[in-house]
Design a binder for this molecule. Structure first.
Ligand code: GTP
Ligand code: ZN
Length: 191
């Protein structure tokens, strides 16, 4: 798919100073958020963060997304690396479908059952933009911040070496316990 990209700009944040670059693939726009020293790093820390408006922005307690994003931005500001803000909301089913999935979860379905009932796979994400960003930013080895083995397999399939996996585990609460246990027991997440 045709991809266009922006120039690099400065982004000072509450976590520290970053540089950002935007990429557009089809109708989706994504961000690479880099530490100041990014270009000097041989094997940067990398977080591929999947967009979750309800968690990242609204502070929803139904998932662990906001805590993971917070942890990643803090860690990368301090230790050097890159957060890819991968804008595939709701494991790429979009907001309307994700809210419908949440309505089904209100009736007792788990996160996988709700997706299947709406006619989607349990995970519809496509990581091709990540490969594009790695090539663009010349990343050949990295330390990946994730609990998701599928992300590791994807990075591996690009021929990019994962030197180390850093777990992205945050404190659970009574609203996301079920979600986290489904991810662990049914989706193979390393939790
Ligand atoms: N369809 C759907 N998407 C959800 C639900 N809860 C969270 N999401 C989305 O799931 C994505 C985050 O996936 P997670 O499984 O939490 O984590 P991950 O990105 O696969 O793995 P980590 O790298 O370990 O964080 C985001 O795009 C969220 O919007 C849900 O119940 N249904
Ligand atoms: Zn979330």
């Amino acid at each position: 798919m045709n991809t266009i990209q922006s120039n690099i700009a400065n982004l000072p944040t509450r976590y520290g100073k970053f540089k950002i670059k935007a990429y557009k693939q089809g109708t989706q726009e994504h961000l690479a958020i880099m530490s100041q020293d990014f270009e000097t790093l041989e094997s940067p820390y990398v977080r591929i963060h999947s967009e979750c408006l309800t968690g990242d922005t609204l502070g929803s307690l139904k998932c662990d997304c906001q805590n993971q994003l917070d942890l990643s931005l803090k860690f990368i500001a301090q230790n050097g690396g890159l957060v890819i803000y991968h804008r595939q909301e709701g494991r790429n089913i979009g907001l309307v479908n994700k809210v419908n999935a949440y309505a089904l979860q209100d009736q007792g379905r788990n996160t996988i059952e709700a997706n299947l009932e709406l006619g989607f796979k349990e995970d519809e994400r496509d990581y091709s933009i990540v490969g594009h960003i790695f090539r663009d930013l010349d990343i050949k080895k990295l330390k990946l911040i994730t609990n998701n083995p599928e992300k590791m397999q994807y990075v591996d399939s690009l021929g990019v070496e994962i030197i180390e996996r850093i777990p992205a585990i945050t404190k659970s609460n009574k609203y996301n316990e079920g979600y986290l246990s489904t991810k662990k027991n049914k989706m193979g997440h390393l939790l």
